[in-house]
Unconditional design. Structure first.
Length: 150
């Protein structure tokens, strides 16, 4: 049996740092999704949403909620898979990207979206979410290509 090269046996320190940061970041998305489903009015009120935003969110179609779930849970799975050094992290982040893209395109094209949900702060948050997810996908792909992920 041939030994693996040493660089494949040890994960670089940055993998652990990025994996843990990803886990924490993506856990917030899962918490947001879960609380919105379990106690929507109390949760959305606690994060500063008004009646118009709450009503809009509660009237979203079920299929859109499924894509939102793919987005947040796919990213969480990707972070966990990154930490266990699985090449499937790339696929999990890709699933998350599909969920995010469908959710965002729907909201962008929806004429009933309250103006307050398209504020500069909300747009900045969306840019941050997109940037983080694209970073995690790119990072996972590089780590898979280098043989760090198996």
């Amino acid at each position: 049996m041939q030994d693996r090269p040493p660089e494949l046996n040890r994960a670089p320190a940055h993998l652990w740092a990025i994996g843990v940061i990803g886990l924490l970041w993506n856990s917030f998305g899962c918490l947001d999704y879960t609380m919105t489903k379990l106690d929507p009015v109390a949760y959305m009120t606690s994060v500063g949403m008004g009646a118009e935003e709450i009503a809009y969110t509660q009237m979203l179609p079920g299929w859109l909620s499924a894509f939102w779930a793919l987005g947040v849970w796919g990213s969480l799975a990707g972070s966990v898979l990154l930490l266990v050094r699985s090449r499937h992290a790339v696929a999990a982040f890709a699933v998350s990207l599909i969920g995010l893209a469908v959710s965002q395109v729907y909201q962008y094209l929806d004429p009933t979206l309250p103006a307050s949900m398209h504020s500069p702060g909300m747009v900045a948050m969306m840019v941050l979410i997109w940037g983080a997810l694209l970073f995690f996908i790119g990072y996972a792909r590089v780590m898979a290509r280098r043989g760090v992920l198996r």
